[in-house]
Write a protein that binds this ligand. Structure first.
Ligand SMILES: Nc1ncnc2c1ncn2[C@@H]1O[C@H](COP(=O)(O)OP(=O)(O)OP(=O)(O)O)[C@@H](O)[C@H]1O
Length: 273
């Protein structure tokens, strides 16, 4: 069962002996159970940092993050993460990559399960991403898109409440990316997981999400939240899709322009002539 995610006054600073870099200082966001949320914004605005904080891979400098009534302070089985690099174990078959992950989780939770039962669970998730025929293949035999589907199946097989995805299709070609977007929506509809999906791609965000959170930089912050009230499956030729794309592009361009102006300003001061 999914639970509400609450990010309250979240601040993150990276510090060393000489200086302190503030990524963001006051992010507030709520994600409803079963919602598909996209995080969009210019490079460096803190999308991955925010995702890592939710995953528990980083610690907050200030504020709090709750999933249901549990405060997030460390990684946990209630959150599955899919990164741009699928990070499969090359010495294990596709099926065993998933079995390995579930087994580890069951052991941590003290659950008993036969090898055969584990394989059945793993296989059911491979079927969901249409890869059951490749269960005995090793990762190096798979395309980038197939590897990423295994990574998604592996994350889902742990049955997390929240699926965190950091540009999972960022390294794939456009065609494969579109196929996986479609598949992801089907899997999301079937599993009803809450998904937080980081992307640079405006179309991808609108195609997938219930809401698009647009973040800004210097300081990192939420600029705007766009509800995507368009029936699925969505097509980019839909009039409302195009209008929303224009709106988000305008806001994002202003933000990027602002950053460029700041950067060029520095350059100008260094080279006044
Ligand atoms: N471990 C770290 N130590 C110091 N600075 C960091 C660390 N991790 C991230 N940063 C800085 O925090 C800022 C936000 O980084 P982050 O990767 O979250 O941005 P992003 O929006 O995901 O960017 P991109 O879209 O390029 O992946 C960047 O300026 C980055 O250099």
């Amino acid at each position: 069962m999914s639970e509400k995610l609450m990010i309250q006054n979240a601040a993150k600073y990276f510090e060393n002996v000489n200086n302190r870099f503030e990524v963001f200082n006051d992010i507030n966001l709520q994600v409803e159970p079963g919602e598909f949320l996209a995080l969009l914004g210019p490079s460096g605005c803190g999308k991955s940092t925010l995702l890592n904080l939710i995953a528990g891979l980083e610690n907050l400098s200030q504020g709090s993050i709750y999933l249901g009534s549990n405060q997030i302070t460390a990684p946990g089985p209630d959150r599955g993460v899919v990164f741009q690099e699928p990070a499969l174990m090359p010495w294990l078959t596709v099926l065993d990559n998933i079995v390995f992950a579930i087994k580890k989780q069951y052991e941590t939770e003290g659950k008993d399960c036969t090898k055969n039962q584990l394989k059945q669970v793993a296989l059911s998730y491979l079927q969901m991403v249409h890869l059951s025929k490749f269960k005995d293949h090793y990762p190096h035999k798979l395309s980038g898109g197939m590897k990423q589907r295994v990574a998604i199946a592996r994350a889902l097989a742990m049955d997390p409440k929240l699926l965190l995805m950091d540009e999972p299709f960022g390294a794939l070609d456009e065609q494969t990316r579109m196929v996986l977007q479609k598949e992801l929506i089907k899997v999301w509809e079937k599993t009803q997981k809450t998904v937080i999906f980081v992307t640079h791609n405006i179309r991808e965000a609108i195609y997938l999400a219930d809401r698009v959170v647009l973040m800004g930089i210097n300081p990192g912050r939420v600029i705007d939240i766009f509800p995507v009230d368009i029936e699925r499956p969505r097509t980019s030729s839909n009039e409302r899709f195009t209008k929303l794309e224009e709106e988000i592009t305008d806001d994002l361009s202003s933000e990027i322009y602002k950053v460029m102006k700041e950067e060029m300003g520095d350059e100008y001061q260094k080279n006044p002539n």
